[in-house]
Structure formats: C-alpha cells, structure tokens
Design a protein around this ligand. Sequence first.
Ligand SMILES: Cc1cc2nc3c(=O)[nH]c(=O)nc-3n(C[C@H](O)[C@H](O)[C@H](O)COP(=O)(O)OP(=O)(O)OC[C@H]3O[C@@H](n4cnc5c(N)ncnc54)[C@H](O)[C@@H]3O)c2cc1C
Length: 257
Amino acid sequence: MNDVASEDQGSGLTPIKASGYRVKLIARGEVAQRTVALYFARPAGFSFKAGQFIDLTLLDPLETDSEGNTRAFTLAGAPSEEHLMVVTRLRDTAFKRELKEMPLETVVNIEGPFGNLTLPDAAVRPMVFLAGGIGITPFRSMLVQAAMEHLPHRLVLFYSNRHPEDAPFLHELQDLQRKISSYTLVATMTQMEESDGSWTGETGYLEHAMLTRHLQGIESPLYYIVGPPAMVKDLRAMLKNAGVRQADIRTEEFVGY
Ligand SMILES: Cc1cc2nc3c(=O)[nH]c(=O)nc-3n(C[C@H](O)[C@H](O)[C@H](O)COP(=O)(O)OP(=O)(O)OC[C@H]3O[C@@H](n4cnc5c(N)ncnc54)[C@H](O)[C@@H]3O)c2cc1C
C-alpha cells in the first residue's frame, strides 16, 4: 500500500491511519430507496478479490460524531469493473450525511482490501448465500465476477428485503441468472404492504422451510451469511438447528443497522 499519511503532516486535516490510498469520488447515484452507490477512481496497483472490504476514512468532513470518520465498506463492484464502488444505506449519522452531500472530486482515504469472505478457487461445493438488505454487497461483487469469468461454482442467493423498492441490484441479480447457468436467485420480501409495486416471488423472512424448498438437490453446501448482526445471528442459529456444521457457515456482520 502507498504510505500517504506523511502528506498530511501539519495540514490540519483529520488524522488518518498510517497507510492507504487517496481516492477521488467520481460519481454517486441511488440504487434503491435510501441507498446510494459511490464510485471512486481506482488507484494504480489496487487489486482485490470479490467479497473483500475496505476501511473508508473521510479526510475533512463538515461534521463528525462519536463513531469517528472511518467505516468498513464492502467493495460492491467486481474486481474486473473499472471503478471502486461502495453501496450504503443513508442513515441519519454524520458519516452518512457526509457521504450523501460531499461534492464530486472529494478525496477520501481507503485502506485494504481486507477479509476472506470470497469465492473458493475450486468450485468443489455449492455455495448458498444468505443476504439481508445492504448485506448484498459482497454477493453482488462475487456474482458479477462469476459472470465475467464464467466461473463454474453452483451458487444460490437468498436475498431478503422489505419490498422491491428497497432491494439494491434486484433486477441485475435477476438478470445474472441468464448469464450464469449455475446460479439461482431466491428473493423474498418481508413487508410488501409498504410497497406500491407488485411481487410474485417469495414473501416472509428467510427460514428453514424456504431454504429446504429451494435447495432440493444441493448437496453439502457452504453457507455465507451477510447482513445486520441480529439477522446473521438468527440465520446462523437456524442453520445450526437444521444440522449444518459450524465449519460450513461463514458470516459477516454489518454493524449499525
Ligand atoms: C466487514 C464489513 C463490511 C461492511 N460493508 C458495508 C457495506 O457494504 N455497506 C454498508 O452500508 N455498510 C457496511 N458495513 C457497515 C458499516 O461499516 C457501518 O457500520 C454502517 O454503515 C453504519 O454506519 P452509520 O454511520 O450509519 O452508523 P454508526 O454511526 O457507525 O453506528 C450506528 C450504531 O452501530 C454501533 N456500532 C458502530 N460500529 C460498531 C462496531 N464496530 N461494533 C458494534 N457496534 C457498532 C454504534 O455504536 C451505533 O449504535 C460493513 C461493516 C463491516 C464490518
């Protein structure tokens, strides 16, 4: 990684950790209700695996709060995509207000990539992904990469949201089924009564009966669970009760939701 901290000595900027990359915000857009994608120019030499995350630090925010100026964000773009993309829910915190308002060209610091919630190199076992809301980000990265590289992994994504308007990348994730023959999407909506749209797919929370219905013929999968801590805890317990070995369950918790 580049050592950039020395550039800041005496500049009056908020202190940052000792290493990382300075990256410029080049675009921002809504990808679902209250959910934005931010695109950063990719620094030379920065590579990552689909599913990894970065620590993003605001360098000179207009406001800050007790949680500070750094948050972890999955790189929701695939490694083969041009820019670095992070996607987040816009909660009413100083950090999120800054992400929403900061002008294009604003420079932030990123560190990473970190994490090993990635696709195994060998496609030996089927993979079952369980995502709640914004927990879709690592799976979006993996699936786009799987499509680009024609990866042979058997992939089943269960994706839970309140309603379709709230579900980032829903259409893209549906379309990817045409590009990846070994991939199936099972999207479920938990609060369709709040939606103006229609939905013919699954409804209700992810639970054992729903998984069983859609996992006929899927032998001995690895499970990845990503979402808010309460959801991750519940789904892990559900799998454990269903007899899944702890070693076959990997999780990532998105705190703050
Ligand atoms: C590996 C990883 C990947 C992530 N990827 C994404 C992503 O792709 N998109 C996304 O939107 N979010 C992601 N997150 C979550 C993200 O880092 C923020 O925590 C989240 O967006 C909430 O930020 P906030 O500013 O809205 O709330 P905050 O101001 O950060 O906090 C909200 C609440 O969470 C509590 N909290 C904050 N940090 C912690 C902590 N470490 N442990 C326990 N409680 C805590 C606070 O005390 C507060 O009560 C990821 C987190 C991790 C660990």
